[in-house]
Ligand binder design. Structure first.
Ligand code: ADP
Ligand code: MG
Length: 359
C-alpha cells in the first residue's frame, strides 16, 4: 500500500487532473483557481498526494480578527486586530474520504447500544447506508406523545443552562467541571429527582471513561424541561476512541471533563481518579467505585451482545472485532482500577471507642 504524502505546497508538477471530491466547483477551483491565486498571492494551497496524484487539499490565506470577536484566551497579549490564518476551501477525493475515522457512525451506534445494555440511558440507534455514505440514526428523546398529541420537550445543554458561550464547552477552556455540572443538576432538577440525575451523570462519566469517549463536553450533556419536570437527557454524541487509537494513543487523549486531577486518560486510569470523581460529584466514594467496577465487569458481555445484533456484514468488519478485543482488555484494567478504589474507599475497621464517659 502506498503512503500519503504532504501536506505540501501546490506546484505545477502536482497531478490535480484526476482529483474528484464529488463537487465540481471545488474540483475546478483546485485545477484553475488555486494555481492562479497562488501566483497572485491571494491564497496558498496545500495538497496531500497518494500514488503521485492529489487526493486532498486545503487553501490558506492571511486574515485578521477584531479583538472584540476573539475569545479572552486568544486575545490575551495580542495586537488588535489579531493576525490569523483563514482555512478556505478544503476537500478530499471521494476514494479517500472517511479513512481517518472509518465507520465512525457504526462505532457510535455500537457505543450507544452497548451503553443502553449496561443500563445507562441512551436513545435507540441504528446505521443506514446509501452508496458510500454511512450514517447513524438516533431516536429523538426531545419529543413525546401525550394524550395523542406530539409534544416538544425543551432541552438545554450544559453550556446554555450555565449561560456559557459554546467556546467554553471543554472544562479546560473554562467550561463546567463535574462539580459544577452536578450542582447545576441539583439546583435545576429539584429535590425529588436530583439524586437520580447526579447518579446518571456519574454513570455517563464513568461510561465515557470506560469506552474512552474523549468528547463528553458541556454541549454533549443536556437538561430536559417538560412542564415542571426536569431531568438529565440520556447519552448522545458518544463514540469510543479505542478503534482510532493509532491516531492518538489512548494514554495521551484528554477527557473533556476532569476525571481525577487532570484531563489525561493516563491520569484518569488510577484508583485515585475515581475517588476524586466521587468527591467532585458529591457522591459516596465506595458507591462510585463499586458502580464503576460493576459497569466495567459487564461491559465486555454487553458489547458482545451488541455485536451479535449487528447485520452480518457489520459483524464481519475488522474494526468491530478489533474494538471487541481492545475494549475487553480495557474493561478488565478498569475493573481492577475500580476494585482498588473500592478497597481504598471502604470504611476501615471501627476504631476502639474512646473510654471517656459522656454526659
Ligand atoms: N436523540 C436526540 N434527541 C433529541 N435531541 C438530540 C438527540 N441527539 C442529539 N440531540 C441534540 O442535537 C445536538 C447535536 O447532536 P450531537 O449528537 O451532539 O451532534 P454533533 O456531533 O454535531 O455535536 C445535541 O447537542 C442535542 O442538543
Ligand atoms: Mg455534540
Amino acid at each position: 500500500m502506498s503512503a500519503y504524502r504532504g501536506p505540501e505546497l501546490l506546484t505545477a508538477d502536482h497531478d490535480t487532473a484526476r482529483f474528484d471530491c464529488g463537487d465540481e466547483t471545488l474540483n475546478e477551483w483546485l485545477r484553475r483557481r488555486a494555481p492562479r491565486n497562488q501566483r497572485e498571492g491571494a491564497s496558498r494551497t496545500w495538497v496531500v498526494t497518494h500514488d503521485d496524484r492529489v487526493v486532498a487539499f486545503y487553501a490558506s490565506s492571511t486574515a485578521v480578527i477584531a479583538r472584540t470577536e476573539a475569545t479572552g484566551r486568544a486575545a490575551r497579549s495580542q495586537p488588535d486586530p489579531l493576525p490569523a490564518m483563514l482555512l478556505g476551501r478544503l476537500a478530499v477525493d471521494h476514494g479517500h474520504q472517511g479513512k481517518a475515522y472509518a465507520h465512525e457512525a457504526l462505532m457510535e451506534h455500537v457505543t450507544m447500544a452497548t451503553a443502553s445494555r449496561l443500563g445507562v440511558r441512551a436513545p435507540s440507534t441504528g446505521v443506514i447506508r446509501s452508496g458510500d455514505l454511512e450514517a447513524i440514526v438516533v431516536t429523538r428523546y426531545d419529543r413525546a406523545i401525550r394524550g395523542g398529541r406530539l409534544m416538544r420537550i425543551h432541552q438545554e445543554d450544559l453550556c446554555q443552562a450555565s449561560g456559557l458561550h459554546p467556546d467554553y464547552r471543554y472544562q479546560r477552556d473554562g467550561g463546567p467541571s463535574p462539580t459544577e455540572a452536578a450542582s447545576l443538576l441539583r439546583r435545576v432538577v429539584g429535590a425529588s429527582g436530583a439524586a437520580a440525575a447526579v447518579d446518571q451523570l456519574r454513570d455517563l462519566l464513568v461510561l465515557q471513561w470506560l469506552v474512552v469517549h474523549a468528547d463528553a463536553h458541556a454541549k454533549n450533556f443536556s437538561i430536559l424541561l417538560a412542564g415542571g419536570n426536569r431531568a438529565l437527557a440520556p447519552l448522545y454524541d458518544a463514540c469510543t476512541w479505542l478503534p482510532y487509537r493509532r491516531r492518538t494513543p489512548i494514554p495521551k487523549l484528554r477527557t473533556a471533563m476532569k476525571i481525577g486531577s487532570d484531563y489525561r486518560i493516563s491520569t484518569a486510569d488510577r484508583a485515585e481518579a475515581l475517588i476524586r470523581l466521587a468527591d467532585a460529584l458529591g457522591l459516596g466514594k465506595l458507591a462510585t467505585a463499586r458502580r464503576a467496577e460493576e459497569l466495567a465487569a459487564v461491559l465486555p458481555d454487553a458489547l458482545h451482545q451488541t455485536a451479535a445484533s449487528l447485520p452480518a456484514a457489520d459483524q464481519a468488519r475488522p474494526i468491530v472485532a478489533d474494538y471487541i478485543t481492545e475494549q475487553a482488555q480495557r474493561a478488565r484494567r478498569c475493573e481492577q482500577i475500580a476494585e482498588t478504589a473500592a478497597r481504598r474507599a471502604a470504611p476501615r475497621r471501627a476504631e476502639p471507642a474512646p473510654g471517656l464517659a459522656r454526659d
